[in-house]
Design a protein around this ligand. Structure first.
Ligand code: BGC
Length: 758
């Protein structure tokens, strides 16, 4: 008997019910007589919010505030995220935390979601790979993670109750895919269910999601924890596969479990299964002694490095890196009061904070810095602050504008109403750029802002995100070329809000949000609809240049079961060392179902010295070519040609290769009574069965057995007309030419198809 089984076997019903419910806001119920310790959880994901007591939101202990997920994603660096994970684990251990509540891999369906700063990307491949690496780093040090918020939690508006209506294919390809990657690759100790409903059922009671897909299909072995307060019906949630309810204490729910088992509404084995999962993780956690301290200075330095790697140079007319400016006008409140993290459950009490202004002076000690706040920290319009900023900008060599999107515009708990900076900030940028052409805008925000009203006047724009406690120094590093920028966007920056994919269906009404745009979020939408954007997915500038050459596939014609690789030579053609993020997208030339024009299926980040060339190799497997077909309820491939697009961003494709894929799938037929002639002809088994009879029945060209001239009289092309007719209806039209009743003929043909596929 395993340790887990031995413990579960000795537990009373009351102890089991208590274990499935938090003992306080952050810990599970310990059972000292069985030597089962509490499991202590703290928010993440970009730092440890270790609340010192069992209360929900008292001030947390000091911890390193690393950049938030928007910034982490823009690094496109799985190795760095793994290192960051290890640092987070060290802090967790020192702060006596067993499990970090993160990361979050919800998709950025709309840039308006107030919590996008805590999520990685609009692309599930990128989000899944990055999360897997972060989880792996954390868990490699014996600290657990809770991958969240499962699933379809893509907005803050009515987040506790909204019903997300998402079709099966969209769920699988977009909203579940990053979870799937992270679960199957990195095996997080737990998964946190979302607050919202999915297609009418609370995530906390969603048997299909929690048990069928997560646990059975993906083989998830950890426990499912509720988001804090997401449980409504405790029995229903246990039956659905929700193991641990948080926060506690919650005696009414403990009693509900006990009563449900006693009166037979809840099977003992369902409860035991939840208990087994929680005990398993608690025993795993017990192996890592929680003590010691962490190296705050080293982690601060890591936070600075990560922040710099995630910063995206959106625009540069050549002003950056700054060469030798003597007079710098430093404008913007955020230069002195940095906005480096978001509001809500991820809010960290930092060990120290670098002020951008101070860090600038350290990096450029020769320069004379003058400061003006430029804007207030509320939504007021104050022309005097703008006038003051213009005065110092006019006489300086360069103006640096530190623009932070205020908390009232972006946070956990509420969505954004627009994608704009404040009116004052826009006016400030316009006024400063009008007098100073050498103006750099540095942005602190967790999600895209629109720039049409001010971008043209700027010399450069640096997206610095919610950059963590050491971000002030990272900005200085980039401005002065101590670090060559290498971040690339993990989300599209649109030109305007009304261009965004979910615009007509966000945030929903009457308690329902319909994911009407389906698969087409982010670049999948802009690409396919040919909607111009401000900055595309994958975009980011460097102080050097790269060329792509010699692109090759390890095979050009292969079966979907073969893993292939794409390789390409990247050369640093500039004079500075720099990093490039190479992106591989796949375009399906033809498919039975609509597909996004292209999808990211691989990426790599490499460092190249000036003049150096390296070959980058990126693997592609079955899923790089497959899509989820709801007709079969599975991922499928089709025979056909695929373009492999290798590029520096979603719109900067440098090399294109073509591959022929052979599907090995033997799919059951999807032909049925109502299937059209077209569906029969599209079906590889149905076509040869129907074709001879169809040709015979249409040889004179006309629908009613007449010659084609009769149809010409009503001005149609008869063959095209017939394609959308269900076979059964067609046979009814031609019943006179058949030897048996039309329905019998239709059934006979269908039986032949089933016979051939069974
Ligand atoms: C958030 C979670 C968080 C939890 C605990 C919830 O409101 O949605 O992300 O982990 O609180 O703070």
């Amino acid at each position: 008997m395993s340790d887990v089984q031995a413990i579960v076997a000795q537990m009373s019903l009351e102890e089991k019910a208590a274990l499935c419910t938090g003992v306080n806001a952050w810990a599970t119920t310990p059972i000292p007589r069985l030597n089962l310790p509490e499991l202590f959880m703290s928010d993440g994901p970009h730092g440890i919010r270790r609340v010192p007591d069992g209360h929900l939101n008292t001030k947390s202990l000091p911890a390193t505030c690393f950049p938030t997920a928007s910034s982490l994603a823009a690094t496109w660096d799985v190795v760095l995220l793994n290192r960051l994970g290890q640092a987070l684990a060290e802090e967790a251990i020192a702060l006596k935390t067993n499990l970090i509540l993160g990361p979050g891999v919800n998709m950025k369906r709309s840039p308006l979601c107030g919590r996008n700063f805590e999520y990685f990307s609009e692309d599930p491949h990128l989000a899944g790979e990055l999360a897997a690496s972060l989880i792996d780093g954390i868990q490699s040090r014996g600290v657990g993670t809770a991958l969240k918020h499962f699933a379809a939690n893509n907005q803050e508006f009515e987040r506790f109750s909204i019903n997300a209506q998402v079709d099966e294919r969209t769920l699988r390809e977009i909203y579940l895919a990053a979870f799937e990657t992270a679960v199957t690759k990195a095996k997080p100790w737990s998964v946190m269910c979302a607050y919202n409903k999915i297609n009418g059922t609370y995530a906390s009671e969603h048997y299909q999601l929690l048990t069928k897909i997560l646990k059975e299909e993906w083989g998830f072995a950890g426990f499912v924890v509720s988001d804090w307060g997401a449980v409504h019906d405790r029995t229903a949630s246990l039956q659905a596969g929700l193991d641990l309810e948080m926060p506690g204490p919650k005696q009414t729910h403990i009693n509900a479990i006990i009563e449900a088992v006693r009166d037979g509404r809840l099977q003992q084995q369902t409860l035991d299964e939840a208990v087994r999962r929680i005990v398993g993780v608690a025993l795993l956690a017990r192996q890592t002694p929680k003590s010691g301290c962490f190296d705050a200075a080293a982690h601060h330095a890591l936070a600075r490095q990560v922040a710099a790697e995630g910063m995206v140079l959106l625009k540069n007319n050549g002003l950056l890196p700054l060469q030798n400016p003597q007079q710098l006008a430093v404008i913007g409140r955020a230069a002195q009061q940095p906005h480096f993290q978001g509001g809500g459950s991820s809010h960290i009490n930092p060990t120290q904070v670098d002020l951008p202004f101070v860090e600038l002076q350290k990096v450029a000690p020769w320069a004379e810095l003058r400061f003006a706040p430029g804007y207030p920290d509320d939504d007021c319009f104050e022309p005097a602050l703008i006038a003051e900023a213009v005065t110092i900008a006019q006489t300086a060599d360069v103006a640096l504008l530190y623009i932070a999107l205020p908390t009232f515009k972006e946070s956990e708990g509420y969505d954004r109403h627009d994608l704009d900076l404040t009116e004052q900030q826009v006016a400030l940028i316009q006024a400063v750029t009008a007098v100073q052409p050498n103006t750099v805008v540095i942005l602190n925000n967790g999600a895209p802002v629109v720039m049409r009203d001010w971008l043209d006047g700027t010399a450069a724009v640096l997206e610095a995100w919610l950059m963590g406690q050491a971000g002030g120094g990272a900005i200085a590093d980039i401005l002065f070329g101590r670090v060559n920028p290498s971040g690339k966007l993990a989300e599209t920056f649109p030109l305007k809000l009304s261009d965004t994919p979910a615009h007509l269906n966000f945030p929903g009404e009457n308690g329902v949000v319909r994911y009407g745009e389906g698969l087409f979020i982010g670049y999948r939408y802009y690409d396919t609809k040919e909607v111009p954007v401000q900055f595309p997915f994958g975009h980011g500038l460097s102080y050097t240049t790269f060329t792509y050459s010699n692109a090759q596939l390890s095979a050009t014609s292969f079966s979907d079961m073969t893993d292939v690789t794409v390789s390409v030579d990247i050369t640093n053609t500039g004079t500075l060392a720099g990093k490039e993020v190479v992106q591989v997208y796949v375009h399906d030339q033809e498919a039975r179902l609509i597909r996004p024009f292209k999808e990211l299926k691989g990426f790599a980040k490499i460092l190249l010295q000036p003049g150096e060339t390296q070959t980058v190799t990126i693997p592609l497997n079955f899923r790089a070519f497959a899509y989820y077909d709801p007709a079969y309820h599975q991922w499928i491939t089709e025979d056909g040609q695929f373009d492999i697009l290798i590029g520096a961003s979603a719109t900067d494709i440098r090399c294109t290769l073509t591959a022929t894929v052979h599907s090995t799938l033997q799919l059951p037929t999807i032909l049925h009574n109502e299937s059209t002639i077209r569906a029969w002809f599209d079906d590889p088994i149905g076509k040869p069965i129907l074709e001879p009879m169809f040709n015979e029945l249409t040889k004179q060209g006309g629908l009613f057995g007449n010659d084609a001239t009769a149809d010409t009289a009503i001005g149609i092309d008869m063959l095209s007309f017939l394609m959308d007719l269900p076979l059964r209806s067609f046979l009814h039209y031609r019943e006179e030419s058949l030897t048996q009743p039309a329905d019998d003929v239709a059934n006979m043909l269908l039986e032949q198809v089933h016979g051939a596929t069974s």
